[in-house]
Design a protein around this ligand. Structure first.
Ligand code: DUC
Ligand code: ZN
Ligand code: ZN
Ligand code: ZN
Length: 484
């Protein structure tokens, strides 16, 4: 079996930084140490050898708001590896009343073109006996995370009753619920009111989804998870209020996780005030970009550990698709891209500024994600036996982000013009070199599905552990006389 050795670099993991070579055979790491040799040598001199990035939140070729997101599993995973990400976790989205298992078949077909490994979350887009019954079968297929939308009223939204039922089911079957936390009822009314007042531009999208709306829903999701006795993962945490809810919950012993996006960390709401309609509309996503105060809070959360992971919510629409909402901001497809840029942007604005250590960078882009999504150390690790999903990161390689040279299928980039320092020299997907000295060399269909086991003992909210005995009915002796 042909072997590869990555030589001369410094290994950076979530907890260690040290000089060593890495040997790869059959797609896995077989040796780590000094002076290794192999059939093929990749020169990592002056570079860091890190676990490849894992993006826990993407929407590839997803039917949404009357169209399909424009990056599919081929272009999306090509963008991913170009930026040092070697795995994506995509949302399998059943149509209304569609069987969850049928939806998995659709996602299996689409993902057969992936250039790197991938896994799925299942979205609970409707509720009923069939969904309840199919959930254990979904976990048997290696999908043990279930997403709930508290927004998108009339489309994807589930109400509290449905969410509590689904969370209880997750607790029973060892699954982790994920939540898009925005109060969808309030958003829907605010959208209608803004339109009625003549506010139809993309800036009104942000007005219709203030931070307080996210904060309330985050608190509610956490309360419901705690009552159901299950941990909870809040996707695209974008505001101080949402972060505060997660922070407080964690302090009380609740396993609540928060996921800022690279877009929210580095782009702010002034983008919606841009005079060019296309510029503003291209940045319409939910939750919307926020101001500096919220950005500082998200960075603080990553530093202190109260927020654990950085994602993209990659959901790319072309300018043409965005123009569907030219007269009405509520018809602009929600979503932005970021798969190729997450790692370089976070390195530049996190490690490059001293806000994050290199080890924290690895934790929030890879290792924490692998642990929370229950696939560590197969993924997210530089350890013997782990998959050789690796990035050889050159801290001195720089570029200016421009849409013209990106892998994504869309015609713009929300980070256009941003300068990044720190880029992949090599990216390896299960040992296959997919970025070679900066050049992308993917093989369509190389990516494999990564099944994840259900959670076991730790799948309990702390409040349920505290409740040692079941609540007992109080026996009373006297019955009060009526009318007293
Ligand atoms: N937000 C977006 O911006 N796009 C996809 C779905 C979502 O919640
Ligand atoms: Zn969402
Ligand atoms: Zn999303
Ligand atoms: Zn292959």
């Amino acid at each position: 079996m042909a072997s590869k050795v990555i030589k001369g670099g410094t290994i950076v993991t979530a907890d260690l930084t040290y000089d060593a070579d890495v040997k790869i055979e059959g797609g896995v790491i077989t040796e780590i140490g000094p002076n290794l040799s192999g059939d093929e040598v990749l020169d990592a001199t002056g570079a860091y050898i890190m676990p490849g990035g894992i993006d826990p939140h993407t929407h590839l070729e997803m039917p949404f708001m009357g169209t399909y997101s424009s990056d599919d599993f081929e272009s999306g995973t090509r963008a991913a590896v170009a930026g040092g990400t070697t795995m994506v976790v995509d949302f399998c989205l059943p149509d209304p009343n569609q069987s969850l298992l049928e939806a998995i078949t659709r996602w299996d077909n689409k993902s057969s073109r992936a250039n790197c490994d991938y896994s799925f979350h299942m979205a609970i887009t409707w509720w009923g006996e069939q969904v309840f019954n199919e959930m254990p079968e979904v976990t048997k297929r290696g999908i043990n995370t279930f997403k709930h939308f508290m927004a998108y009223k009339g489309a994807l939204m589930v109400d509290d009753d449905e969410m509590y039922s689904s969370f209880k089911r997750c607790a029973e079957i060892g699954a982790l619920p994920l939540v898009h936390a925005e109060n969808g009822d309030v958003v829907a009314q605010m959208q209608a009111q803004l339109l009625a007042e003549g506010n139809n531009g993309p800036e009104a999208h942000a007005y219709s989804r203030p931070a307080a709306v996210e904060g309330e829903a985050t608190n509610r999701a956490i309360m419901i998870a705690d009552m159901a006795g299950v941990p909870v993962y809040i996707v695209h945490t974008s505001s101080e209020q949402a972060h505060e809810a997660i922070r407080r919950a964690r302090q009380n012993g609740i396993r609540a996780y928060g996921e800022p996006l690279i877009q929210h960390l580095t782009l702010d709401d002034s983008e919606y005030a841009h005079p060019d309609w296309d510029h503003a509309a291209r940045r319409v996503m939910s939750p919307p970009f926020r101001n500096k105060k919220h950005q500082d809070s998200l960075w603080a959360g990553l530093q202190s550990g109260s927020l654990q992971v950085v994602a993209t919510d990659h959901c790319a629409f072309t300018t043409e698709q965005k123009r569907n909402g030219i007269d009405n901001f509520t018809l602009i497809p929600n979503g932005t891209g970021g798969l190729e840029d997450r790692m370089p942007m976070l390195w530049t604005h996190g490690v490059g500024t001293g806000r994050l250590t290199m080890n924290e960078f690895v934790a929030v882009t890879s290792t924490n994600i692998a642990k929370i999504l229950n696939m560590y150390p197969k993924k997210g690790a530089v350890l013997v036996g782990a998959d050789a999903d690796l990035v050889v990161w050159d801290p001195n390689k720089e570029k200016t982000i421009v849409a013209d040279t990106q892998q994504s299928a869309i015609d713009y980039n929300v980070f256009e013009g941003k300068h990044v320092k720190g880029l992949p020299r090599f990216t390896l997907s299960r040992g296959k070199v997919v970025v070679d000295d900066g050049a992308v060399k993917t093989e369509e269909g190389h990516g494999e599905f990564v099944g994840r086991e259900p959670y076991t003992a730790t799948n309990k909210a702390l409040s349920k552990w505290k409740q040692v005995t079941a609540p007992r009915k109080v026996e009373r002796t006297g019955i009060p006389a009526s009318g007293v």
